[in-house]
Design a protein around this ligand. Structure first.
Ligand code: SAH
Ligand code: F3S
Length: 467
């Protein structure tokens, strides 16, 4: 009754939340298992950003209900954004779900599972499900424990096996968002913006470094606002940049990434940080959403296309080889051909290496849900396809310039086949190459020799390093 599997939908924040829940459950004596077929407890950590994401998790939970017939003690839990968004109403459709836990209550999951197990062991029939989607002061500080790959390997008794330490880790620095973009459900599912104390984050990064982690990705919905209520600017330096400086100073941390900044908060101090903090990777995910000022206003995104481009240009001035990625929504209510043409134009100018292009999805309870002039699906589809085509061209062009160059790669571990090794460039491109396991966790120079659509292939460029 103590084998747990967590299936995660959605963003990196959700992945991090799932990891933290795993760490808490392990500390409580639960066994985390990789296969959902072999578990006693299945937790779905859900996403609400688009309707399709919710439908996927609902479909999965409905399908899992059948399993209760042959495995009566089987426990199904729904965690995270959809739990928060829909709460007890989910039980109308999914009466077999035992546990519904919102985004501020992840740390309660072990207690709730203990209660369910104790009740079942005592033969008490469970007549009702547990639903907890309350707000909780300080809950941003509860996502802090990690289960690293080496912990999992050690627990499964990997004697004699090569246990590679985990090289890259997510660190949550903030929860929630106060921005109220007209399309977005996140302020409802994640609550008010709350930052973790800087010292806690630095201590967490230091502990990760001591355990072999070399790269951290700082996570928040709007990291550029980090700490704005809790810390003051010093010499024009924002609390977020102060945090970057502190993480940069940690010995052992070689690379720092973060996601996501907001164009509104991307000020000169952050641009300049790229000039003086070499550990800051030259890859910026900068959500654009739309390239039309009219649509940006309707979306309640407080910047213009001109300002957006200015940020991109100023970052390229500091780091000419900067890589960019973005989020775009096509088919926001009222988006005309002219609006879309402006998005396409800005999309081309910014020259993205990667982009997440979303078709607008109505989210009940958001301001945009009640706007008229919804865009037909086939128009959304066509605009989506057009941007994807552009992205592919950009990406291929960039790849062509990489072939023959030497890139700094952080060796993360074995590749999918287990025969070669994989790592990432500073620009977040995945590379596959031959290496020695001892190089895991090291920064190595890699001569790029060829590429597929998504992967670079190369050879270590340091004679003798391999041995
Ligand atoms: N601030 C967060 C945004 C979370 S939502 C971050 O930048 O990490 C992630 C992305 O989903 C948004 O940037 C937006 O492009 C997309 N999105 C949000 N609501 C949407 C909706 N209703 N329809 C389509 N895409 C949406
Ligand atoms: Fe959503 Fe806008 Fe915040 S996209 S998460 S409301 S910055």
């Amino acid at each position: 009754m103590n084998r747990v599997h967590i299936k995660t939908y959605g963003c990196q924040m959700n992945e991090r939340d799932s990891e933290a829940v795993s760490a808490m459950l392990r500390a409580r004596g639960y066994r985390m298992v990789a296969s959902e077929d072999d578990c006693d407890v299945l937790l779905l950590n859900t996403c609400s950003v688009r309707d399709a994401a919710e439908q996927k998790a609902i479909g999965k939970a409905a399908y899992l209900s059948h399993r209760k017939k042959r495995q009566p003690d089987f426990v199904i839990g729904i965690l995270g954004c959809m739990a928060q968004n829909r709460g007890a109403e989910l039980l109308d459709k999914l009466p077999d779900v035992d546990l519904i836990v919102g985004t501020q209550k992840f740390h309660q999951v072990p207690d709730y599972l203990d209660n369910i197990r104790a009740a079942r062991a005592a033969g008490v029939p469970i007549s009702s499900s547990i639903v907890d989607i309350a707000e909780e002061a300080g809950s941003q500080n509860t996502i802090r424990d990690h289960v690293l790959a080496q912990d999992v390997a050690a627990a499964s008794g990997g004697v004699g096996e090569e246990i590679a330490p985990q090289v890259s880790a997510f660190v949550s620095i903030q929860q929630g968002c106060n921005m109220d973009c007209a399309f977005c459900i996140v302020p409802k599912t994640r609550g008010d913006e709350r930052s973790r104390p800087m010292d806690d984050i630095v201590a967490e990064c230091r502990a990760l470094a001591n355990r072999g982690v070399r790269e951290v990705t700082l996570l928040g919905q709007i990291v550029t606002s980090y700490g704005r209520r809790d810390y003051v600017h010093t010499d024009g330096i924002s609390p977020f940049v102060q945090l970057l400086e502190k993480v940069s100073a940690i010995e052992g941390i070689e690379r720092i990434r973060f996601t996501s900044p907001h164009p509104r908060g991307f000020k000169q101090d952050l641009v300049e940080a790229y000039g003086r903090l070499p550990k800051l990777c030259g890859y910026v995910h900068l959500p654009m959403q739309s390239g039309s000022n009219r649509i940006l206003r309707a979306m309640n995104r407080p910047y213009t296309r001109e300002r957006y481009l200015e940020i991109v240009d100023s970052l390229r001035a500091v780091r000419p080889d900067m890589y960019f990625s973005t989020d775009i929504i096509v088919g926001f209510p009222g988006e005309t051909e002219e609006d879309f043409a402006e998005t396409r134009e800005l999309f081309g100018r910014a020259n993205y290496d990667m982009a997440y292009i979303f078709k607008y999805s109505i989210r009940t309870g958001t301001p945009a849900a009640t706007l008229g002039d919804q865009i037909p699906d086939e128009v959304k589809e066509a605009r989506n396809a057009e941007l994807l085509g552009l992205l592919q061209q950009n990406s291929l062009r960039r790849t062509a310039t990489l072939i023959g160059t030497v890139e700094e790669v952080l060796v993360e571990g074995r590749d999918k086949t287990g025969e070669r090794f994989m790592g990432r460039t500073r620009g977040n491109r995945v590379c596959v190459f031959d290496a020695n396991p001892r190089l895991i966790g090291q920064l190595v120079p890699l001569k790029i020799e060829r590429a597929s659509v998504s992967t670079l292939y190369g050879e270590l460029a340091l004679a003798g390093v391999e041995g």
